[in-house]
Write a protein that binds this ligand. Structure first.
Ligand code: PLP
Length: 360
């Protein structure tokens, strides 16, 4: 048996999404930018998908720009709205935001020091709705109140959408990114909400699709699959959050009870329901993940291999967690397909694996 506890990395395709996509990978193969019947069929599918995605995100259909995923949506938002001004983000953003901001010479600051960084030259402020590593949720209304005149607020809602009412919680943002593969849609497709009146320069130039905001032939099947996943996510969200939240609590409580010294990152009440982030002082998460993988438990560490050395996660470092402890962290991320059996396997395997590593 495999316990897949890495839903924040990606999720399995929902059956509804696959079913919706298949005709657009086979008989309905048209290019939606054309004018004949085969094209019109694909165009109609895209516009129906746009309506569903807009309803799920709380915007008008014309405000939805389909992209090639969350990374592209983030880059389009930040680069496209910068207009030569200063771009600012928090220091716990995903690299898709952080590196886009750095590429424009912008600044990454702690969430609680945003106010001091938002002077008159700032054009874009980017604050994620829910963090991908530790699951923490940010209050975007509070950030909106800090914006200098003329600046726009972007939120990366990629990790939020499976768990939170993004239509309500991101209402304060001018630009909102989502990615289909994080909520049961296919990989390589996402959307950026661009509220009407927000000026956005395209980053991809070409055929002028998406009202000149994102050129490139549409990923028709992907967009249709994303819409089906949006609908299923919205329909099931309340029940999923409750069920998965209980599984997450059982996993976190079980690990804290069974592993001496284990520490949970973040207050559960401030986190999305699928996130279980635990530090296991005295071990290195990379070694633990190998043992877990051998035993059928799939999880991940926030650390990344940079220039040959394992570096602690920038998110944990920004939270003030000491380096050695950050290097001991594992993210178990649960999702719609997670079951009690997955949690049972993790609770059986993880404490023994940590004990083995500590014995050295
Ligand atoms: N933003 C966040 C918070 C993410 O977790 C991810 C994916 O890991 C992305 C952006 C990038 O999305 P995509 O994989 O669709 O490019």
């Amino acid at each position: 048996m495999t316990a897949y506890l890495d839903h924040a990395a990606t999720t399995p395709l929902r059956p509804q999404a696959l079913e919706a996509m298949l005709p657009y990978l086979t008989e309905h193969f048209g290019n939606p930018s054309g004018s004949h019947a085969v094209s019109r069929r694909a165009k109609q599918a895209i516009e129906e998908a746009r309506d569903v995605v807009a309803a799920g995100l709380g915007c008008q259909p014309a405000e939805v720009v389909f992209t090639g995923g969350g990374t592209e949506a983030d880059n389009l938002a930040i680069t496209g709205a910068a207009r030569g001004g200063t771009v600012v983000c928090t220091d716990v953003e995903h690299h898709a935001v952080l590196h886009a901001v750095q590429a424009l010479g912008g600044r990454a600051v702690p969430f609680d020091r945003l106010a001091g960084a938002l002077d008159a030259g700032v054009t874009v402020v980017s604050v994620m709705l829910a963090n991908n590593e530790v699951g923490t949720i940010h209050d975007l209304g509070a950030v909106r109140a800090l914006l200098p005149p003329g600046a726009v607020l972007h939120t990366d809602a990629v990790q939020a959408f499976p768990w939170l009412d993004v239509a309500a919680l991101a209402a304060a943002a001018h630009l909102v990114s989502v990615s289909a593969h994080k909520f049961g849609g296919p990989k390589g497709v996402g959307a950026l909400v661009v509220r009407s009146g927000v000026q956005l320069q395209p980053i991809l130039h070409g055929g002028g699709q998406e009202q000149e905001r994102r050129s490139g032939t549409h990923n028709v099947a992907g967009i249709v699959g994303m819409a089906a996943a949006v609908q299923a996510t919205v329909d099931e969200r309340v029940a999923v959050v409750e069920r998965v939240g209980r599984l997450r609590d059982r996993l976190a409580d079980g690990l804290l009870a069974a592993v001496p010294g284990a520490v949970e990152t973040g207050e559960r009440a401030t986190k999305v329901a699928g996130n279980c982030h635990i530090r296991f002082p005295g071990i290195e998460s990379e070694a633990l993940l190998v043992l877990l993988d051998d035993a059928g438990v799939c999880a991940s560490a926030g650390s990344a291999c940079a220039s040959g050395a394992i570096e602690p996660s920038h998110v944990l470092t920004a939270m003030g967690i000491p380096r050695h402890e950050a290097l001991s962290a594992v993210r178990f991320s649960l999702g719609t397909t997670t079951t009690d059996a997955d949690v049972d396997l993790a609770l059986k395997i993880v404490p023994d694996a940590v004990a083995r590593l500590r014995e050295g």
